[in-house]
Design a protein around this ligand. Structure first.
Ligand SMILES: [Zn+2]
Length: 235
């Protein structure tokens, strides 16, 4: 599947829901674009990095997240630069961390998919401990839970990317969490809409079908759109 055909398949989906259907369409797109294998086998930080690099491939360099100042309660839009987010180091999927007498590998995206939720489910970190343990037999007790969480965080900081931000009203500094999947979903949806608009412009001007227009190299398609736009502007 080409990246562009994948983008077309996103048309009509609401990125904000991050539904399973949406991810099922988004993941093959990223995998086709960077050719680095299945996304779900990545540890969480490397997954975030691949999504962010995909953003830059779509020429989306910046975005915004809404947040609220914890000191003065002012709502604010925090501007985000994708390259800045990529400065947060991603872990190695084969890295090992040791806690107590046990060795663990880093949680991967597929592991998160296997986590059980619901009122009777075990805490997530205990489920991850069971899934990710490589060596060591001692049960992970409550006393080691915090140590394991922070060992995972230290080994894979990009799993949860946070930005240091100062409130524009009161100057209070705080860390703002960045939802990378949502950022990328929005970028991909915008790219999908731009592509549809280009197809619409060319189809309206020349009467060509969508499949015919999609066989044009992107640069030539862009040139046609420029010509059409110039002609409309000249009228
Ligand atoms: Zn404030």
């Amino acid at each position: 599947m080409s990246v562009e055909n994948g983008l077309l398949a996103l048309a009509g989906f609401d990125p904000a829901t991050l539904s399973r259907d949406f991810r099922t369409r988004l993941h093959p797109l990223v995998e086709a674009a960077d050719e680095r294998g299945p996304l779900l086998e990545e540890c969480c930080g490397a997954y975030n990095h691949r999504l962010l690099r995909f953003c830059t491939m779509l020429t989306v360099e910046r975005s915004k997240v809404s947040s609220q100042c914890s000191a003065c309660r002012e709502s604010m839009d925090v501007e985000i630069f994708v390259t800045k987010l990529l400065e947060t180091r991603a872990g190695d999927r084969n890295a090992e961390v040791s806690v107590g007498a046990s060795i663990f590998r880093l949680p991967r995206m597929a592991d998160l998919g296997a986590i059980e939720s619901g009122p009777d489910a075990e805490p997530i970190i205990l489920q991850l401990a069971r899934i990710c343990r490589i060596r060591g037999l001692e049960p992970i007790g409550e006393d080691l839970v915090d140590a394991l969480s922070s060992a995972f965080d230290t080994a894979d900081p990009a799993a949860a990317i946070k930005l240091d931000h100062a409130c524009t009203q009161c100057g209070h500094r705080a860390l703002v969490s960045v939802q990378v999947e949502l950022l990328v979903a929005n970028a991909a949806t915008q790219a999908s809409t731009r592509l549809l608009q280009d197809i619409d412009a060319i189809a309206s001007a020349y009467g060509w079908s969508e499949p015919q227009i999609m066989t044009l190299p992107p640069e030539r398609r862009g040139r046609y759109v420029e010509i059409i736009t110039a002609r409309i502007g000249a009228r």
